[in-house]
Design a protein around this ligand. Structure first.
Ligand code: 8Y7
Length: 281
């Protein structure tokens, strides 16, 4: 049975697709007029996502949108650590930390995070060493061409699928050499990270290609601009597109789907599960 080992003896069963719910802790993420602090709002949001069917909460304090400003270490720590501590105080849920900074990874794990979700695939100084030190934490290695600020200017590939696969192979080797065992790794083609509209939809159409590497695959498509561009829709009008993307991922064997709209994605995956594994699963 395909399982991911996690800290404190916990495991995540990946024989069925799992939902990673997004909890952004950036100043523009929760505008509730200041009634709650930013971290209380994020903790409450996370608890709601769990009730709606999230299997994992992905906590992020650095915006990786194209052109987003850099966030200092102190800022990032002050955003995400109280949220992880707040969630841990109330729940044994699986927590993922969305960061590329080694110091944030270490502090998040000490506060109770189970998974490192790094859009820079542990290439930032010190990140591999932190991942090696905490040997029960899982790691998602995402593919990105270039850096967030400039990645969407003119993405080019010799062969999209081969290039991304060889990136994964190289990062997997670096992980293993640094003492991060292969069994701990998840791969993610990084929709929207240094990819044209055509690249993104080719990847979505043939996501199953990455199953060759025999590691769990994570896909993040939720509300992304690939749908906005294709359909001419603003961010808040991309739900139907995001759900169809989630279903395409599930059908092609992706094990973790990263989404904002947990309740609706859960319905979609339950329909998929009923049709493929029966109504009692
Ligand atoms: C992804 C991600 C973002 C993704 C993984 C957004 C942090 C942009 N996208 N992490 N993070 N995969 N693993 O629109 O696709 O959510 S941020």
């Amino acid at each position: 049975m395909l399982q991911l080992k996690l800290p404190r003896g916990r495991r995540l069963d990946l024989t069925m697709p799992r939902i990673m719910g997004i909890v952004n802790v950036t100043p523009d993420s929760f505008s509730d007029g200041g009634k709650y602090s930013q971290s209380d709002s994020a903790v409450n949001h996370g608890l709601i996502l769990l009730e709606q069917g999230a299997d994992i909460l992905d906590i992020g304090g650095e915006s990786t949108r194209p052109g987003a400003p850099d966030v200092s270490l102190e800022q990032e720590l002050s955003r995400v650590i109280p949220v992880i501590e707040g969630l841990r105080a109330q729940s044994d849920c699986i927590i993922s930390i969305d960061t590329s900074k080694a110091e944030v990874m270490a502090a998040a794990i000490e506060a109770g995070a189970d998974i490192i979700n790094d859009v820079r695939a542990l290439q930032t100084p010190g990140a591999l060493e932190v991942a090696a030190r905490y040997d029960s934490v899982a790691v998602c290695l995402m593919h990105m061409q270039g850096q967030p600020r400039t990645m969407q200017i003119a993405p080019t590939y010799q062969d999209l699928f081969e290039d991304i696969r060889s990136f994964f192979e190289s990062r997997i080797t670096s992980c293993e050499e640094a003492g991060v065992a292969r069994e701990r790794l998840i791969i993610d083609p990084g929709f929207g990270f240094g990819k044209t509209l055509e690249h993104n939809f080719s990847l979505l159409g043939q996501l199953s290609y990455f199953a060759e590497l025999e590691l769990p695959v994570l896909a993040g498509l939720s509300r992304k601009s690939m749908f906005g561009k294709l359909l001419n829709r603003d961010t808040d009008e991309r739900l139907a597109a995001s759900l169809s993307g989630a279903l395409l991922c599930a059908q092609q064997g992706a094990q973790i789907i990263r989404v904002h709209d947990v309740k609706e994605t859960n319905d979609v995956l339950r329909v998929w599960r009923a049709a493929t594994h029966g109504v009692n699963e």
